[in-house]
Write a protein that binds this ligand. Sequence first.
Ligand SMILES: Cc1cc2nc3c(=O)[nH]c(=O)nc-3n(C[C@H](O)[C@H](O)[C@H](O)COP(=O)(O)OP(=O)(O)OC[C@H]3O[C@@H](n4cnc5c(N)ncnc54)[C@H](O)[C@@H]3O)c2cc1C
Length: 325
Amino acid sequence: MSNMTRIAPTLRRWLAGERIGPLPPPDSAAPAPLLSFEFFPPKTEVLEQQLWACIKRLAPLAPRFVSVTYGAGGSTHERTHATVLRLARETDLVPAAHLTCVGASRDDVNAVAQGYWEAGVRHIVALRGDAPIGTEYAPHPGGYAYASDLVAGLRQIADFEISVAAYPETHPSASSSEADLDNLKRKLDSGATRAITQYFFDTSIYLRFLERCLVAGITAPIVPGIMPVSNYEQAARFSAICGTSVPRWLGHLFEGTENDPEIRRIVAAIVAAEQVRTLQANGIDEFHFYTLNRPELTYAIARILGVRSKNDRRANGKERSNLLM
Ligand SMILES: Cc1cc2nc3c(=O)[nH]c(=O)nc-3n(C[C@H](O)[C@H](O)[C@H](O)COP(=O)(O)OP(=O)(O)OC[C@H]3O[C@@H](n4cnc5c(N)ncnc54)[C@H](O)[C@@H]3O)c2cc1C
């Protein structure tokens, strides 16, 4: 058999595939995308140090706001509060406090919101929240039942900027995807100005969701929530709870990397980079990152999106002015 006949089938297969060009490079003339970062309040002194190192690392990327979660069942009330207030006091970042309806009366929730306003915190991520693990959500008898009620309540207190949650794959306890979309519209109509999505791995699901939002008359930005995954097993467990589907290809990419954190990180960065670049190529220019209080992946992915830290920009400016001299 000649060499040519042996190679031919492979070459034929390669040539028969659909030709797909590379993702277009980020438009260097377009403004860099807007970013926001989400942190969780630390439980221990060591985690506290880790959080503040993370904030320090990410701050030069000049996020539009940084948000701090409120633990399930309101369990982190004090720590969320302390972290948000410290952000307001000690940094020039714009803090956003997550606030939930779970297990608290309207008066209690209103008092927390009022306290934030008085401390200079102007942005609330308004959520229903989840009941503590193992229990079903039931509204507090004197509380806000749903996030839409909370949004309306916050509007009565002060002129907060309000973000709410959106679910491209439908909230797990929603009666239908249509009812869930109606709920999102209700939250925005009650006074929220932006939705941040639950994280997703299948980018086409998010893009289709945007179309459904538009048809439903939603015009506010539905900012994609990006979760860079470095611990695949943990992400898969959490996804099962929160209703995010995990495509087979994702498991396949991480398979066998359990004891190889460096390779996992590289794979995670590539997966997230591909996701944000695809979103960017589809015109999305706002991103919310679930940082899990670790800066590296978020920082690297922000760079891939074309965001530069203030320090880089300053160094570049200096270089340029040196060149001009
Ligand atoms: C960006 C983001 C940040 C989050 N941050 C936190 C956090 O800090 N702390 C935390 O505990 N959780 C957080 N969560 C999780 C969230 O609290 C849970 O997903 C929760 O189960 C729903 O909250 P929600 O605000 O979306 O609720 P809602 O918008 O109130 O919806 C909850 C469910 O009730 C349904 N529903 C709404 N109104 C009605 C009605 N009138 N009648 C019947 N059904 C109705 C909805 O369709 C949905 O199924 C976050 C989620 C996201 C996406």
